[in-house]
Design a protein. Structure first.
Length: 362
């Protein structure tokens, strides 16, 4: 030991204090040196971080907490970076502002947990139960959510950039304004999910289920929808630039005013869809199902609609100039006031259709 002075007066043998030396905080002890009481520096480094122990488990970075029961625990702001929480019971736990980057939460139970602003960067949440969890503003960048269950979870403003959410269940989840850029959501279930204002640029949603999902004002630039089920989804105000829709099910969706100039919509199911005022000029709608769709005032100029099903469709006031409608089914369609200038109607079925001048075919 060596003598050291502190700003504090040394008044009794055995009293302790701390002093910063060499970038470390060390413990000082009051000792009698000759006839004087002096602070003496020890070789013991002071502990500046409190050790949190819950149910006998030490909560710290890299801790092995596999199968641990931490339900209802208050772990707000805890540092569990790289911790092993595989199969742990974390029901109703408070992990708001906690650091779980790189942690293993495979098959963990986080039902109704408070994960507000928690950091799950590159964490493994595959198979985890996050139903009704609060993930407001959480960082899930690069996280693995393969097969995770997030029924009714709140993901408002969450960052899921590049996350793997293959087969994950987001039924009724609130994902308003979330960032899912380049996320993989193949075969995911987003039934009745709220994705309004979300950024899904470049995300993969092939074979995903988005029935009744709200995608209003979402950025869907470059999203892949092949085989996706989008029945009754809401796309009002969404950015659909460069979206691949081939083979998608868009029956009964709300796409009023959508801009789809030059889009490839061949073989897409748009049965009963609302496309009022939509821009579909030069779009490829070959063999598309538009039966009963509302295309009133839509711009379909130079569109390719060969073999398309437009039976009972509302095309009143639509612009079909130079459109290719060869072999199209327009049985019972409403073409009142439509512009058919130079349109190709060869072998088109116009039985029962109401023509632009208001006359109805037999």
């Amino acid at each position: 030991m060596s003598a050291a002075h502190s700003g504090q007066v040394c008044k009794g043998v055995g009293a302790t204090s701390t002093d910063k030396s060499g970038g470390k905080t060390v413990i000082l002890i009051c000792a009698k040196v000759g006839k004087k009481l002096l602070w003496v520096k020890t070789t013991i480094e002071a502990t500046t971080t409190k050790v949190l122990i819950v149910n006998g488990y030490t909560i710290k970075a890299g801790a092995n907490l596999a199968g641990a029961n931490l339900s209802w625990a208050n772990l707000r702001g805890a540092n569990l970076r790289g911790a092993n929480l595989r199969g742990a019971n974390l029901e109703v736990v408070n992990l708001s502002n906690a650091n779980l980057s790189g942690a293993n939460l495979n098959n963990a139970d986080l039902d109704t947990a408070n994960l507000n602003n928690a950091n799950f960067y590159n964490a493994n949440l595959s198979g985890a139960d996050l139903s009704w969890a609060n993930l407001l503003g959480a960082n899930l960048t690069g996280a693995n959510l393969l097969g995770a269950y997030l029924l009714g979870a709140n993901l408002t403003g969450a960052n899921m950039t590049g996350a793997n959410m293959t087969g994950a269940n987001f039924t009724q989840a609130n994902m308003t304004s979330a960032n899912m850029t380049s996320a993989n959501m193949t075969s995911g279930n987003l039934y009745n999910a709220n994705l309004s204002g979300a950024n899904m640029t470049g995300a993969n949603l092939e074979n995903a289920k988005l029935t009744y999902a709200d995608l209003s004002n979402a950025n869907l630039t470059g999203v892949g929808w092949r085989g996706a089920k989008l029945t009754s989804a809401n796309f009002v105000g969404a950015n659909l630039t460069g979206v691949g829709w081939r083979g998608a099910d868009l029956s009964n969706v709300n796409l009023s005013g959508v801009g789809w100039r030059g889009a490839d919509l061949s073989n897409v199911n748009l049965n009963g869809a609302n496309l009022t005022g939509a821009t579909l000029s030069a779009a490829n709608l070959a063999s598309a199902n538009l039966g009963g769709a509302n295309l009133s005032r839509a711009d379909l100029s130079t569109a390719y609609l060969s073999w398309a099903n437009l039976s009972r469709a509302n095309l009143s006031g639509a612009n079909l100039s130079n459109a290719n409608l060869s072999n199209a089914d327009l049985n019972g369609a409403n073409l009142t006031g439509a512009n058919l200038t130079d349109a190709n109607l060869s072998r088109a079925d116009l039985r029962g259709a109401t023509m632009p001048d208001g006359t109805k075919n037999p």
